[in-house]
Design a protein around this ligand. Structure first.
Ligand code: FE2
Ligand code: FE2
Length: 360
């Protein structure tokens, strides 16, 4: 319906045009920010934030972007954290940039044509393994998602990193589901990992969540992916494990540097961190060491895959133990890098049994 000439004339009358505010337009202020030039790796956050301070503390509870001018009428946004140490990791910017540059597609970057028919026991073991990993990846995506709204925009780097992690985990979930289905095996039994993994979703503090998810669980998964050649039967599977390993390295890299930052800036939290690790090592150490305990399907699948079938269970078990040993020693190494080396003597005994002597 056309606008009548009367109405058109009315809305075009000059006196009805609102006066512009323009209080935000202060060219003199804008000139205080120096022009930034892209560096060797492009216009990264390290370049753009060079010389700008990250506040140790903020009293802002609105969605005020760092360095913007606050408004007095801005509503609170339900943020929880105000201190840098609560959420900070020195490598968050770098890891976010790397994550953006290294995205891959399960549709086109995996040579699916190399997946050929496999003996039934091997195919089913791979499908059970992928079913378990699909569950794990759900939790790995949901857990950081819970913390996003609680992190202050003053420390936006952590938000960006977590968002990139969620995208990574979505891709992991998708690639393991595709592997389970691509060769006619399908998703098999829901694992028994739920009760132990729920501890991550139940965390009440960001550092608690990060220590038990990034350092502990994703560390174990990353070590397993690193040994992907033990359990791969074609190029597609090798590529899946290699790409997921690369992504997981970023996630635990964030966790290690966050823990390091907390231990250096808030040393009084050391015992609290040990408590979180006690809580997670306890139930999961049973999963890892006793093959017939909380996660038998997962362990049995690895035994079949690593041994080369049901007829080679002994060999598979030896390889499972080699994987465990590597997982636990790498876990300890990450804690040492974070500054929690005394964990060696406090680790759950079921884990400690796998530890190599300390490196000098
Ligand atoms: Fe993952
Ligand atoms: Fe991850």
């Amino acid at each position: 319906m056309a606008i009548s000439a009367d109405v058109l004339e009315k809305i075009c009358t000059e006196e009805d045009v609102p006066e512009l505010d323009l209080s935000w337009l202060k060219p003199d202020d804008a000139r205080k920010v120096e022009k930034v030039h892209p560096g060797r790796r492009g216009l990264t956050f390290d370049e753009i934030e060079k010389g700008r301070e990250v506040p140790e503390h903020t009293d802002t509870f609105s969605i005020l972007p760092r360095d913007a001018s606050p408004r007095k009428d801005a509503p609170r946004a339900g943020l929880y954290y105000t201190d840098k140490a609560d959420v900070w990791s020195e490598n968050a910017r770098l890891l976010y940039e790397e994550a953006v540059q290294r995205q891959w597609s399960s549709a086109t970057d995996i040579p699916w044509e190399t997946v050929k028919p496999l003996p039934d026991d091997i195919e089913r073991a791979m499908c059970q393994f992928c079913t378990f990993l699909t569950e794990v990846e759900f939790i790995a995506g949901d857990a950081p998602g819970q913390w996003l709204p609680k992190i202050n925009p003053a420390h936006y780097e952590t938000k960006l990193f977590l968002l990139s992690q969620i995208m990574d985990e979505a891709r992991h979930l998708d690639v393991f589901r595709k592997r389970a289905l691509v060769n006619g095996g399908g998703l098999l039994s829901e694992g028994q990992s739920g009760p132990s993994l729920r501890i991550i979703l139940d965390a009440k503090d960001f550092t608690e969540m990060s220590a038990i998810m990034h350092i502990f669980l994703e560390g174990l998964v990353q070590s397993l992916f690193r040994m992907g050649e033990y359990i791969s039967y074609n190029e597609a599977e090798k590529r899946i494990f290699r790409l997921c390993y690369q992504d997981e390295s970023r996630h635990l890299g964030f966790g290690i540097m966050h823990l390091k930052y907390v231990l250096e800036t808030e040393p009084w939290r050391r015992e609290e961190i040990h408590h979180y690790l006690d809580q997670v090592e306890g139930p999961l150490s049973l999963d890892l060491v006793n093959v017939s305990s909380a996660m038998p399907y997962f362990d049995e699948a690895i035994i079949i895959l690593a041994g080369g079938g049901l007829k080679h269970v002994d060999e598979g078990f030896q390889k499972l133990m080699a994987i465990r040993k590597r997982q636990i020693n790498e876990y300890m190494h990450r804690l040492e890098v974070a500054g929690l080396g005394e964990r060696r003597d406090r680790m759950n005994p079921m884990f400690r049994a796998f530890l190599d002597p300390p490196r000098n």
